[in-house]
Design a binder for this molecule. Sequence first.
Ligand SMILES: [Zn+2]
Ligand SMILES: [Zn+2]
Length: 464
Amino acid sequence: MILYISLFYLNREKSIKYGALLFGITNLWINKMVKLRFLGACREVGRSGILIESEESGDRILLDYGIKSDHTTIFPEHVSGRDLSAIVLSHSHIDHCGGIPLFYISGSVPLYCTELTYKVSEILLNDMLRINQQYLPFGRREIKKMHQYVQYLSYKKHKKIGKNSWITLYNAGHIPGSAMILVEMDGKRILYTGDFNLIQTQLLNPVNLSEIPPIDALIIESTYGLTSHPAREETEDELVSKVNEIVSNGGIALIPAFGVARSQEILMVLNKHNHIDYKITVDGMARAIISQYSNYPSMFRNFEELIHAFKSAHIINQYRKKIERSNAASNSGVIIAPSGMLKGGTARYYAENIINDPKNAIFLVSYQVENTPGQILLDTNKYQLNEHEKMIDIVAKVFHLDFSSHSGQTELLQFIDGIKFINQNQRDVFCVHGDEETLLGFAKEVENHGCNVYCPYINQKYSL
Ligand SMILES: [Zn+2]
Ligand SMILES: [Zn+2]
């Protein structure tokens, strides 16, 4: 049974009082409950954070604590590190791990995740500091301190992390190291999907539903709750044939891609189908990430192919980067470089060098957030060289291909239908990590699949 404890928050102060009052009343007649409190990623994508608390044992487990970066950095609702029994991290994307160092300014809470998730998180957190140092309330000291408190978990290992709480991680198929988190607290089982993919990619096996035991409640990401992705093989074929066409005509194919997972995925796709002989140059963080990936072969669907793909590419040498970048930007071939939305990184350097030649093309292979240079380029064929300069028309071709690492609507519903609930008449589903319109539309679909659906507002609490 779900008790809906707090109401929609129009006024924060009033709502806190109202929530507390209701909470007091419910406690008079219901005792020893497991409580869920949603701290972020509520009707939005970014700053994931969920608190699960036991009234019986006092265990308090925090699942993810990410940030949202727009013009400023926003964190999830505050929780005190002193009161936490543990933090469990689903994966290394900054919208899931970006706020965790906050708990090590003065705290000492244990952090659980896969080893690969931790190693990549460290790289991304340090990179975030390098770019945003003056805007963040923590520094390298806190990231170093966090290392003292991390405990690595393998998939499918049952681990006690509180007086009466256990967790188990399952492969989420989203990025290497990513996990779904099963929390067992006071006899209740709650599954938090984090970000997940039910489709096999070149890098990863998909989620295996049969591994997961029956649950009481599901917290599910809803990023693509209203969108269905095209068949993966079709997308791969389209990329390969278009890239071949560009390069055969003497052009340059620039593929802006994030250095974590997406660069490696695209490299594997091109390597698998590479019928014509062209040079592939890889720039950015992808090198540091692959050196971490190399230590965890069992996390990959086909590790040998990944290494082979990487060895056949040319990785920009940091000591000769100026000359090597200039060569790549002036000779026919493929360039894979961050960032995926052309917001920053070396992709901008390459884009600026190739946009005035109709033989060249830019392949956007990630989701393009509203008002990013990538999205503007797609919609208008215009590009802004510098912040205060005018938009210019470009003559190079622009393509958008959907290589998402998230499940689309079909797979999200397939997952909900496939997961077993302990009480099939009481299938409680909480939708998070989707913009409001998507989330509400998706919630209707989930309801049609026979579930009780909840779309939490920020700081909203529920009891199980
Ligand atoms: Zn993610
Ligand atoms: Zn996410």
